[in-house]
Design a binder for this molecule. Structure first.
Ligand SMILES: Cc1cc2nc3c(=O)[nH]c(=O)nc-3n(C[C@H](O)[C@H](O)[C@H](O)COP(=O)(O)O)c2cc1C
Length: 354
């Protein structure tokens, strides 16, 4: 990709979290890039259902609680954050903005949040780290173990505070756009910036990977390892028993198994199975601060957002990402105040109706 594939931008109106963002981003992104980011797998049923599963929940607000000061601050695996809305791992940010993941990291840091850097990034981890606040590194267990190890060692040396092992992608199914729209891996600089060229043999995920990978990644890195892509209580239990430091309820934004259940629907049983042992996070279709409130009421400690960050990055780079995350936080503050919850610890299942 060359920078000319991203159209020039003019002054951008403030970016607000909400369902209209994807449409706004359409105006600044090359058509193929927009389609690649938006796509779900196969018939896109799971991708289409994610947001609705949050929107269908109803709240039973408390009254006469002191909500004169609302605090969205939290601590997650040792990192103090201003907000429980994190930037999830998504590939190829340079399709959205010339500065790619470096701009994303700067925006996330400005909003006092945490970024999960994809192992399919288009900037060097060291450069991203220099711009970032706290960050975690997402990893696939690749057919080439040595590549996996080198990626992890590099991210660890660069300052990642945790690893996120994505487990819902033993294979990549057909997606609506039929794969990468732009000639990313042909670009020399980009290839180098991925750290390892993604076209090298062995870069595919190893479909034989099992629970042992969790402890092995911990051994290689000395970091806590969260497992991303869990949709079942029994799997969540098994991951925690195998040493997971956190569980991320996710169906990969509907990009893996189409018709996989909406994350809002399985969050409660997963959270119940895990209990207080490790934090449970969730992603998929979280578009507003009220969605975040509902996710926390259903048992999540924090949420991740994927596509909205890409849309904000495309619209206004680092400023766009900061503006988006600040908007989620301010919407969450309002929703918490109106629901009678002054702190994240006050958010429980009793806030949900039915
Ligand atoms: C364009 C795109 C690229 C993604 N790349 C990755 C990735 O490299 N690693 C990963 O674990 N998840 C990846 N995901 C999944 C996201 O981390 C996340 O689960 C999903 O996007 C959440 O749904 P949302 O986009 O509705 O917020 C990707 C998602 C999208 C849309």
């Amino acid at each position: 990709m060359t920078s000319s594939t991203v159209r020039p931008r003019t002054a951008v109106a403030a970016i607000t979290a909400g369902p209209g963002l994807a449409e706004r981003a359409r105006a600044v992104l090359p058509t193929a890039a927009h389609a690649f980011y938006a796509a779900g797998a196969d018939e896109q049923i799971s991708a289409g259902e994610a947001a609705g599963a949050w929107r269908s929940r109803r709240l039973a607000p408390r009254v006469l609680r002191d909500v004169s000061a609302v605090d969205t601050g939290t601590e997650l695996l040792g990192s103090r954050l201003d907000s429980p809305v994190l930037a999830g791992p998504t590939a190829f940010h340079r399709m959205a903005h010339d500065e790619g993941e470096t701009a994303t990291a700067a925006g996330v840091a400005a909003a006092g949040s945490l970024m999960v850097l994809s192992s399919r990034a288009t900037r060097y981890p060291e450069d991203v780290a220099a711009a970032a606040g706290p960050w975690w590194y997402q990893v696939y267990w690749l057919r080439d173990r040595d590549l996996t190890r080198r990626q992890v060692e590099r991210a660890t040396a660069a300052g990642a505070r945790a690893l996120v092992l994505t487990v819902d992608a033993p294979y990549v199914p057909p997606r609506a756009t039929g794969g990468l729209p732009l000639p990313l891996p042909q670009d020399d600089e980009l290839c180098r910036s991925v750290g390892v060229a993604t076209r090298l043999p062995g870069w595919e995920q190893d479909p034989s990977v099992g629970l042992g990978a969790i402890a092995e990644l911990g051994r290689i890195s000395g970091l806590p390892v969260l497992v991303k892509g869990v949709l079942r209580a029994d799997d969540a239990q098994a991951c925690v028993t195998a040493g997971a430091a956190g569980v991320i309820v996710s169906n990969h934004g509907g990009r893996q198994l189409d018709r996989a259940v909406a994350t809002a629907d399985v969050l409660p049983p997963v959270a119940a199975a895990v209990g207080d042992r490790v934090p449970v996070l969730v992603d998929g279709g979280i578009e507003t601060g009220t969605d975040v409130l509902i996710a926390l009421a259903l048992g999540a400690r924090a949420v991740l957002v994927g596509r909205p960050v890409l849309w904000a990055l495309a619209l206004d780079g680092a400023d766009g990402v900061a503006s988006l995350l600040n908007s989620y936080r301010s919407q969450l503050e309002t929703a918490m105040a109106l629901a009678g919850a002054a702190r994240l610890d006050d958010i429980h299942a009793d806030l949900l109706h039915g």
